[in-house]
Design a protein around this ligand. Structure first.
Ligand code: MG
Length: 287
């Protein structure tokens, strides 16, 4: 089964995607569907081309793994990590298909793309073992782990570099786990302005989905609807020669397996608030 969150002009709704048709259901959030509630059809079917698709889930948290593809580790010239490199993004980072990636003017000059397979948690996971971890997966969607490299590498930790508003396009659909026979055999592609910049398979993951869930849930409880980003393969802009960073007017397209294309334009920066420039450590050039 495939699920979408959409707006046909009367606010966000949940629907089942059957070929090119959206079958609206009673559920208000994908978490209802995950819990088995509100899956009965409600209202008229709609061609998917006539609705606006939204981020398919509104998570309570987003955990992500860095350096989880062998070729991406190699392009950085670093060692393969001995354990998953875990970091967080925020619900405020999430945007849907077609929505603009934007940031505050002057905040970053190095905005990069990362096409990733995203896992949607189905059952609460606290201290689950690798053997049973996959029982906690509801499904999968596409993600772009947009990253501000100058902040990521300059701040000393990744909160701003990874966690900026609007830096997590998700979608376009959730594919239920039972429909994806093997999450270790899914293609990952990214195009920037039509040019293929990432082209890989989840086969190259260092840590599997099950291992990431087991590792993360030892430390942090995963709730239904939470999102887990599983890492990006090689080809990100920072490590290209010459480097490639996103700027207003660009279009980034992430394509995971046959999930459809997650396409996001890059918008103009937001004007900076005067107070942020004029006060405190920022004005003195400190951190
Ligand atoms: Mg990433």
């Amino acid at each position: 089964m495939r699920w979408v969150r959409f707006d046909a002009g009367d606010g966000p709704r949940i629907g089942r995607l059957e070929d090119d048709v959206v079958v609206p259901v009673a559920a208000e959030r994908i978490q209802d569907v995950i819990a088995g509630r509100g899956t009965e059809p409600e209202g008229s079917k709609l061609p998917v081309t006539e609705v606006r698709l939204l981020a398919p889930v509104t998570p309570s948290k987003v955990l992500a793994v860095g350096q989880n593809y062998l070729d991406h580790v190699r392009e950085q010239g670093i060692e393969v990590p001995g354990m998953p490199v875990l970091f967080a993004k925020f619900p405020t980072s999430v945007i849907g298909p077609g929505e603009e990636i934007r940031w505050t003017a002057g905040l970053t000059e190095q905005v990069d793309y990362e096409a990733e397979l995203a896992v949607i948690i189905g059952r609460r996971a606290t201290r689950v073992g690798v053997a049973t971890a996959m029982e906690h997966v509801f499904g999968y969607t596409g993600a772009n782990d947009v990253s501000a490299r100058d902040l990521q590498f300059g701040d000393g930790q990744w909160t701003r570099g990874k966690g900026l508003d609007r830096f997590l396009p998700l979608g376009p659909v959730i594919v239920e786990a039972r429909e994806l026979s093997d999450p270790r055999d899914v293609t990952i592609r990214c195009h920037v302005n039509g040019e293929l910049v990432q082209d890989a398979s989840t086969r190259e993951m260092v840590f599997s989905v099950a291992e990431i869930i087991a590792f993360a849930s030892e430390a942090i409880t995963l709730e239904p609807g939470d999102v887990l980003l599983t890492g990006t393969p090689k080809g990100v802009g920072y490590f290209r020669e010459p480097q490639l960073f996103l700027s207003p007017g660009d279009i980034v397209e992430v394509e995971i397996g046959d999930f459809g294309v997650l396409s996001n334009p890059v918008g103009e920066p937001y004007p900076r608030a005067a107070a942020a420039v004029a006060t405190g450590a920022l004005a003195r050039g400190g951190r």
